[in-house]
Write a protein that binds this ligand. Structure first.
Ligand code: GKR
Ligand code: MG
Length: 424
């Protein structure tokens, strides 16, 4: 199937004032929407980060890809490689947002490849008239479970740039439980993840205990994004023994994680210390983590993530899925991938409930009983709404953000705020 045109459209989507180890989310998150149009008039869709360096690489690749075949993924990789060095030379690792792994300069090539790969596969599947999951070997489940992703957060009133959101402020365990109750009432999630690394670590551990009391038997996870020292990680581990499904990125470095696991015996998960194949090799050597949070956006696409799943299985690691702020094209790519992977052992992460914008016909996709259901529709099973796309592209043009920076956003409210790791 010959590709007649490729379009890369940066968009800005509303995001609430979610707090994390780096600072606070900006009022807009950036995404890139990829359209790969075939000579048959069908269009394959992809979605990825919209930060400047990746956007520049995606745009550089766009023209060279037209004229090739949507089935030729080797050519896609060569085109991405051709431009990656130039794009990387323009970025600097200094001050990068570690919390957005897919936009790190070291991942630029695999992130760009991933974004196009999804759109190529979507076009292939639409051309064949089959759901995308069938190109991944078929589905082993009809629906994919996601977890409630809770955040400490400010009320939108903190700054007129933030759009109002239905959840309000969450700065203590009672407000976190209330957030969980309203998110679960709306989406039916069966597992719960708390983004931590923000408040006093013992208050955050208490929030987990409060969730445990409010939702008995529901799997719980806590993720401070490596913001705790070894001593703090172990203190929290003590408090939470028996209460966690897994302990996500308590402390920085593979060696630090290995020490926490050895001393606490808890299963540790990561999307921070293992983000590429060489880190995975080292992690296995020193038993640093027991669960890997995969993410097709930077692990090299849907097929590479299937290979990652096999590798995890071979080395006895569990597998879950990481997310950053995203819309429905990413959600469906994650869902088709997760539906194809037998070894996926946990509910996946998703930021989707935090997003009020959508680029798809029909608006936001349903999450029912905590799950996204696959359909028999061809490809990813979703259609782009050109008016919404244009509107969110206008939002990108008029917003001041070009690369995510939660540290700088926090400094608007607390000028003395610094990126310190670990902070506690
Ligand atoms: O959205 O603030 C956030 C998260 O902290 C995100 O940036 C992380 O990449 O969700 C992620 C995680 O699990 O570490
Ligand atoms: Mg994480």
């Amino acid at each position: 199937m010959k590709i007649s045109a490729i379009r890369v459209t940066p968009i800005a989507i509303r995001d609430p004032a979610l707090l994390n180890a780096a600072g606070v989310h900006e009022p807009f998150g950036l995404r890139s929407i990829i359209e790969v149009e075939g000579a048959n008039g069908l269009v394959g869709l992809g979605e990825t980060y919209g930060d400047a360096a990746l956007l520049s690489l995606l745009t550089r690749c766009q023209h060279g890809l037209a004229g090739g075949s949507a089935f030729d993924l080797h050519r896609l990789w060569q085109q991405v490689q051709r431009h990656a060095a130039q794009a990387m030379a323009q970025t600097t690792a200094h001050g990068e947002m570690e919390l957005a792994p897919g936009s790190l300069s070291s991942h630029l090539a695999s992130s760009a490849y991933s974004a196009f790969e999804v759109a190529f596969l979507d076009l292939q599947a639409r051309t064949l008239g089959i759901p995308l999951v069938d190109l991944l070997g078929g589905k082993v489940r009809d629906k994919v479970a996601y977890s409630a992703y809770l955040f400490y957060k400010w009320n939108a009133a903190v700054d007129p740039e933030y759009a109002p959101d239905p959840y309000g402020e969450a700065l203590n365990p009672a407000q976190i439980v209330a957030q969980a109750q309203s998110m679960i009432a709306q989406y039916g999630f069966e597992s719960i993840k708390l983004k931590a690394g923000v408040m006093d670590p013992m208050q955050e551990a208490d929030a987990i205990l409060a969730l445990k009391a409010a939702f008995p038997g529901r799997p719980l996870r806590i993720d401070p994004n490596g913001n705790w020292s070894l001593a703090t990680s172990l203190k929290v581990a003590d408090r939470l023994q028996g209460s966690l499904e897994y302990y996500e990125d308590p402390t920085p470095t593979l060696e630090g994680m290995a020490q926490v696991h050895r001393a606490s015996g808890m299963p540790l998960a990561t999307n921070m210390v293992v983000t590429n194949w060489s880190e995975l090799r080292r992690a296995v050597q020193i038993d640093a983590v027991q669960i890997l949070l995969s993410d097709h956006h930077y692990w090299g696409g849907l097929r590479a993530t299937q290979a990652l799943a096999k590798t995890c299985e071979a080395f006895g690691l569990g597998l879950s899925m990481h997310s950053n702020s995203h819309l429905g094209i990413s959600l469906m790519a994650m869902t088709h991938l997760a539906a194809s992977v037998q070894h996926l052992s946990y509910a996946c992460d998703t930021h989707y409930p935090w997003q009020s914008d959508e680029v798809l016909v029909g608006g936001k996709l349903p999450i029912v009983g905590g799950c996204v259901h696959l359909t028999d529709k061809p490809g990813l099973g979703v259609e782009l709404d050109p008016h919404k796309l244009a509107e969110l592209h206008d939002a990108f043009k008029s917003c001041r953000i070009r690369t995510r920076n939660d540290v700088a956003q926090m400094q608007r409210y607390r000028p003395d705020w610094r990126q310190i790791k670990p902070r506690f």
